[in-house]
Design a binder for this molecule. Structure first.
Ligand SMILES: C[S@@+](CC[C@H](N)C(=O)[O-])C[C@H]1O[C@@H](n2cnc3c(N)ncnc32)[C@H](O)[C@@H]1O
Length: 196
């Protein structure tokens, strides 16, 4: 069976309603630009990995608490940040059959997908990425949870702790979420396919 790979990025600025004009978004409105870069980097790396990959955007604004599930398919013709933005905007308009938007608390989201998966929370204070290979095996399903332009809240951190997450660190410096995604998925690829 193909293992699952979930990339979860949490944002309290992106809203499910309201204007999603590209000119405003590229100027930083709701910081959907941050999510678009994360989505694009996930897509590029996921196509090189033997996982069934789902990108989950969690809207943590108190009036939202929604998860947007976007299955990553090789058929998605997205090759630029603008393509990624346009795709995300179309998800909010329910134009994509494969994309699901679900009202769910962060805790229930993690509960619903964390059975039989290894749960990682990306944080500068954690186990070094160099030790990552020791923590997984090739058949494991994996979840990586990442902050957006802001870190996760302490409540979200408590949830992750409750579900047995391991903090994984790229070092003391803080990196952009999209760069963190590229690094972890590259490490995953190197670790799983090093014998090829
Ligand atoms: C741009 S950072 C969040 C904002 C950041 N705390 C700041 O002060 O600007 C985005 C996310 O990437 C992840 N991240 C950033 N640096 C990291 C590191 N050195 N190791 C592991 N994860 C990191 C964390 O999940 C973080 O919430």
């Amino acid at each position: 069976m193909v293992p699952d790979l979930f990339i979860i990025i949490s944002s309290d600025t992106v809203r499910s309603t309201g204007s999603k004009r590209i000119r405003e978004i590229t100027a930083g409105h709701e910081r959907l630009d941050v999510i678009a870069r994360c989505f694009l980097n996930t897509l590029r790396a996921a196509n090189r990995l033997a996982f069934y990959t789902t990108f989950i955007l969690y809207l943590s604004h108190p009036k939202e608490n929604k998860a947007i599930f976007i299955p990553i398919s090789k058929d998605l013709s997205i090759s630029s940040e603008l393509d990624a933005l346009l795709f995300l905007v179309s998800c909010f308009k329910s134009e994509k059959d494969s994309v699901q938007i679900r009202q769910i608390s962060f805790g229930n989201l993690i509960r619903s997908i964390s059975t039989n998966t290894v749960l990682f929370y990306l944080h500068p204070n954690g186990v070094s990425i160099n030790d990552f290979p020791k923590l997984i095996s090739p058949t494991d399903s994996l979840i990586f949870v990442i902050g957006s332009q802001k870190d996760l809240t302490s409540n979200q951190e408590r949830v992750l702790h409750k579900f047995g997450s391991t903090r994984l660190s790229l070092g003391d410096k803080k990196y952009l979420a999209s760069h963190v995604i590229t690094v972890i998925l590259y490490c995953l690829q190197m670790n799983l396919y090093k014998d090829i």
